[in-house]
Write a protein that binds this ligand. Structure first.
Ligand code: PLP
Length: 434
């Protein structure tokens, strides 16, 4: 498998280089040179494949032999080890639950697969690899769980003190082993600045092998395509046209859906559902792409003003607005509307959805006003208990919290408190990791 940079198609990298580097030098994003279709026999027999077998077939087709099949099997078994069930609310409304992993959000799929690929490509290298991650909350938990106990790899997570929820903090600070947490007395931007400076520091990079668990790493995108196939497999009526509704922030999830479609999955439409941060729905409506600072909302994992995967979407459509617009329909909702959607799902179906999924639900209903013959699959990107206060207030009822989240409460936090200066961060890294 080869990948090119969205900024320059001549800038080619192998899968291992793309995964270990994360970003091309020219600041574009990696895209596969070839996106082959899966064979007809695969689609004819889709229902007989397990989720792991689907993941294997998708990877095998995309990777084109760059990882031996036996190794790929092993890697997928470790990365894809929890289900992605579809819950049908009625014949035209399906919920794809992506929150059955350790951090209760879909990001577990990407983080686990990336961890497996990095550790695979890191084999034979006896110098420890140190992965630096700045997190505002969610990504850190998924990355920590994904890399936990991965041989040869240490993870250093920087998070802003007092700005993540208690349970989010526990997800970062209670694992131990190869996961270290640094509690930065500053903002998420300060955390990110420290990580950036470390990557640019020549002296440091000579002494420590650094890498990033960047959200735009191609290794996070690929596994997100698996569950579109897995969801389609579970649909009872495959003759009815289907729209996948994707609550979106950086648009990685939606881009992975486009990848699944390019590989032959018969997805008729995508619905891009956003909160007030509606740069992409605006683009779809007007043809003008105007990134702007994000505004805070109750679906905060989608508070993104300059979606990082938009470059990949443009690339897929050859920069054609009209082509993108004919596949993808955009809708956006404010917080008050989101609460109405959350409540409607509960009152009508007795299903507890989270604020991100609620945005998706509203978008499906608005989409179906123009396309009433479509069935929709809403990606439920997080478990509602991650947003327990908002959900309980809106529904005026208490909801249950899964054991794997609740049990974190009792665990002891271990983090190194640090100010925002690089003069504190660099000696810390050198002392522990060189
Ligand atoms: C990250 C995240 C999103 C946004 O996903 P993108 O791939 O960035 O569009 C949506 N919902 C939840 C719960 C998330 O954690």
């Amino acid at each position: 498998m080869q990948l090119y940079s969205t900024n320059n198609k001549q800038n080619i990298a192998s899968l291992s280089k793309a995964v270990m580097k994360g970003l091309p030098d020219d600041n574009g994003l990696f895209m596969p040179v070839e996106i082959p279709k899966l064979p007809a026999s695969f689609f004819e027999n889709l229902e007989s494949y397990s989720f792991q077998e689907i993941a294997f077939e998708v990877c095998k087709t995309l990777f084109q032999g760059c990882i031996p099949e036996a190794d790929l099997q092993g890697l997928i078994q470790k990365a894809v080890n929890f289900p992605a069930p579809v819950v049908s609310l009625d014949e035209e409304t399906h919920i794809l639950e992506l929150f059955h992993g350790p951090s209760l959000a879909f990001k577990d799929f990407g983080a686990r697969f990336m961890a497996q690929l990095m550790s695979y490509f890191n084999q034979g290298n006896n110098k420890e690899l140190v992965i630096l991650v700045a997190t505002s909350g969610d990504t850190g938990g998924a990355v920590a769980a994904g890399f936990y106990k991965t041989p040869g790899i240490k993870v250093v997570i920087l998070y802003p003190s007092g700005k993540v929820s208690l349970l989010q903090e526990k997800q970062l600070t209670t694992l131990g082993h190869n996961i270290e947490a640094i509690e930065v007395e500053g903002t998420f931007d300060d955390c990110q600045a420290l990580v950036k400076q470390a990557f640019l520091d020549k002296d440091l990079n000579e002494k420590i092998r650094l890498s990033s668990a960047n959200s735009i790493n191609i290794a996070r995108l690929i596994p997100q395509a698996f569950y579109y196939f897995e969801a389609f497999k579970q649909l009872k009526d495959k003759s009815r046209p289907v729209a996948f509704v994707v609550p979106s922030g950086n648009f990685g999830n939606l881009t992975a859906g486009l990848l699944a479609k390019l590989m032959g999955l018969p997805i008729d439409k995508f619905v891009a559902a956003t909160n007030a941060n509606d740069v992409v729905p605006q683009y779809l409506e007007t043809g003008d792409y105007k990134p702007r600072p994000s505004v805070p909302t109750i679906s905060n994992a989608m508070d993104v003003g300059a979606p990082s995967n938009f470059a990949r979407m443009l690339d897929i459509y050859g920069k054609s607005w009209s082509d993108m617009k004919s596949d993808i329909h955009g809708f956006s909702y404010n917080d008050a509307e989101t609460r109405v959607g959350l409540k409607e799902v509960y009152d009508k179906y007795g299903y507890v959805i989270d604020p991100h999924g609620a945005v998706g639900y509203l978008a499906l209903r608005d989409f179906q006003k123009s396309y009433p013959n479509f069935q929709g699959v809403v990606l439920e990107t997080a478990h509602p208990s991650k947003f327990v206060d908002e959900v309980e207030q809106t529904l005026n009822t208490s909801i249950s919290i899964p054991e794997r989240l609740e049990s974190l409460r009792e665990k002891k936090k271990e983090a190194t408190l640090m100010d925002t200066s690089y003069d504190s961060f660099k000696p810390y890294l050198l002392e522990r990791h060189s």
